[in-house]
Design a protein around this ligand. Structure first.
Ligand SMILES: [Zn+2]
Length: 204
């Protein structure tokens, strides 16, 4: 079976060691749990698949959801409270396999970041450009956030459009990187520059 290994950060061949099917108790579909190991790094992986088949087709297992190791997105504690909650909700949606909702919450997180910096340029596209022009984000992050905005837009406006697990995971990780960049590294660097600028702190 080919799946994405969280350790190798790439798609790898994995060997199945065992399976357990939790039969439906009437409140939802049956779930198939598979215990695997990555052929490259030998680390364990546990996946869960829901039965999306029917009487005519028989069992049909959906796209695997990785139960272990779980997504290690932790919310940056330096970010303002409302931004943390938006991002936490994006993570909860992801864990519940609600990928389109997760992408929409990521877009909301991004809007929150613009708000906090007093940027209200009308559209999100213009706000992001303003963030880049103000030096809040660099060109690479702008490119990232711009593609996230597009993905989030698609999720928000196209009823027929939905986001897959891989895209939702990428969007979450990008947002996580942006939060770290803005609320940890950038702020710390600004403080560092301020400290350096004080005459009594200059090395003698
Ligand atoms: Zn691996």
């Amino acid at each position: 079976m080919i799946l994405e290994c969280a350790h190798c950060r790439s798609h790898v061949q994995a060997t199945i060691h065992g399976r357990y099917e939790k039969l439906s108790d009437g409140s939802g579909p049956s779930h198939l749990f598979s215990m695997l190991s990555c052929d490259r790094c030998k680390n364990p992986i546990l996946i869960r698949q829901a039965n999306v088949g029917n009487m005519a087709e028989g069992d049909k297992w959906d796209t695997p959801f990785q139960v272990f190791p779980s997504l290690d997105a932790r919310v940056n504690p330096n970010a303002p409270r409302e931004i943390q909650s938006a991002f936490e909700e994006a993570c909860s949606c992801y864990r519940a396999q609600a990928y389109t909702a997760s992408a929409m919450m990521c877009r909301k997180t991004l809007e929150g970041i613009c708000d906090v910096h007093g940027i209200k340029a009308g559209t999100l596209a213009k706000s992001l450009k303003a963030m880049r022009d103000k030096g809040l984000i660099d060109d690479r992050l702008f490119e990232w956030s711009d593609s996230l905005r597009l993905a989030g837009n698609e999720a928000a406006h196209g009823v027929g459009l939905s986001i897959g697990q891989a895209d939702a995971r990428d969007i979450l990780e990008f947002i996580n990187a942006i939060l770290d960049y803005i609320f940890s590294f950038r702020d710390r660097f600004e403080e560092f520059k301020k400290r350096r600028a004080k005459p009594n702190n200059k090395p003698t």
